[in-house]
Design a protein around this ligand. Structure first.
Ligand code: NAD
Ligand code: WQD
Length: 340
């Protein structure tokens, strides 16, 4: 059986990807340090798939532990690397934490790829590398703009590290540039569980509807968009998870056209904040308490994916709409909060 290492496999996107990998017949080993996840996620994965992934609690910043891991597991055919810190605001306040966690972990894994002859590597990148797009929808040939946060910078530097590494070795790598992942598994057994106050729109909406937050702040209604609020491309986490399986197969079967490739992973459809709020009210048949407030510093106005390359070259397409995704987010929130 093909064995895959999934780092950050108990996190939000990682856990959904582990499910899809197991469904596709892969044997999965998870590394996670539980800094932003919990062991209960493993139970959810097992309940969904009926298969038990191997799990190693390792902090990937500990190089010696990374080496020990690969000494023990010498039959890994590919790595999907999710483990990272991801809060944009926190990265501005604590840049060294972000540079250390997001870059040292990547470097140690790539050194292991060299030393243990692992040639297939999928990386979690982000549409944040594009900054404010010059044209929409945005495709992969668009320039990478100067990052506006240390977090965003780690994604840009990571892509460069991967590209440089591919030039001098047999490494093949795909960076998937995610747009805005939302939603949860249909079973509501795994989903997004942010610690503390959610920074992202959809968890804030569902927590407000569940009564954990008083009011959603909509950051600005005076942008040059159809209704004045910002536009994003909201992608269902299960669709996103499936993109990783397709990307991994591409590398394992040597179907890649370059040793380093990038793909946009989005729906191709832009939705405004107010459209998301309205869709949520329609789906749940309840009024959401929200208020228009000032713009949030650093927000891009509008970004959504040109998905042609992902559709035609990778052979992957999003199946769920923003509404489908919102419904699954709400079902998950209700399950977590015991709401009938
Ligand atoms: P998450 O925080 O839910 O998952 C990351 C997991 O990695 C967590 O379980 C955490 O405990 C683990 N981890 C972090 N540092 C670690 C370390 N040093 N050693 C071992 N484990 C460690 O985040 P997510 O939303 O699932 O994001 C996964 C990846 O996708 C990240 O690289 C993130 O930057 C990227 N990404 C996320 C989004 C998004 O909006 N969620 C968008 C674009 C890209
Ligand atoms: C979406 C829209 C907000 C919260 C971030 C990272 C990005 C990527 C995905 C990792 C924006 C508005 C939000 C709220 C609001 N992560 N909003 N009220 O900012 O597009 O992207 O997550 O790579 O790097 O920057 O996502 O969910 O925070 O915001 O009005 O309480 O919702 O202004 O227009 P964002 P988000």
């Amino acid at each position: 059986m093909r064995k895959v290492l999934v780092t950050g496999g108990l996190g939000y996107i990682g856990s959904h990807t582990v499910v899809e990998l197991q469904n596709a017949g892969f044997e999965v080993v998870i590394i996670d340090n539980l800094s932003n996840s919990s062991m209960e996620v493993l139970d959810g994965i097992i309940e969904i798939t009926g298969k038990i992934p191997l799990f190693e609690k390792i902090d990937l910043r500990q190089k010696s532990e990374v080496i020990q891991f690969f000494e023990k597991h010498q039959d890994i055919s590919g790595i999907i690397h999710f483990a990272a810190s991801k809060a944009v605001g926190e990265s501005v306040e604590n840049p060294l934490l972000y540079y250390e966690n997001n870059l040292s972990t990547l470097i140690y894994l790539l050194q292991a790829c060299n030393n243990y002859t692992i040639e297939n590597f999928i990386f979690s990148s982000s549409c944040t590398v594009y900054g404010e797009p010059d044209k929409l929808p945005i495709d992969e040939s668009a320039p990478v703009k100067k990052a506006t946060s240390p977090y965003g910078n780690t994604k840009q530097i990571s892509e460069e590290i991967l590209n440089d590494s591919c030039k001098v070795s047999n490494l093949k790598s795909i960076a998937l540039r995610y747009f805005n992942p939302i939603g949860a598994h249909d079973s509501s057994k795994i989903g997004e569980l942010p610690l503390g106050i959610p920074q992202n729109l959809v968890p804030f909406i569902t927590q407000t509807a569940a009564g954990l937050r008083d009011q959603l702040s909509v950051f600005g209604d005076d942008y040059p968009t159809k209704d004045g609020s910002c536009i994003r491309d909201y992608i269902h986490v299960v669709d996103l998870a499936k993109a990783h399986v397709v990307a991994l197969e591409r590398l394992l079967k040597n179907r890649n056209s370059n040793q380093f490739e990038t793909f946009n992973i989005g729906t191709g459809k832009g939705s405004s904040v107010l459209e998301v709020v309205n869709a949520f009210e329609k789906i749940t048949q309840q009024k959401l308490n929200y208020k228009i407030v000032d713009r949030r510093v650093g927000d891009v106005i509008s970004v959504y994916a040109d998905t042609k390359k992902a559709n035609e070259v990778l052979g992957w397409k999003a199946e769920n709409s923003m509404e489908d995704s919102l419904l699954s987010s709400w079902n998950w929130e209700k399950k977590v909060r015991n709401i009938k």
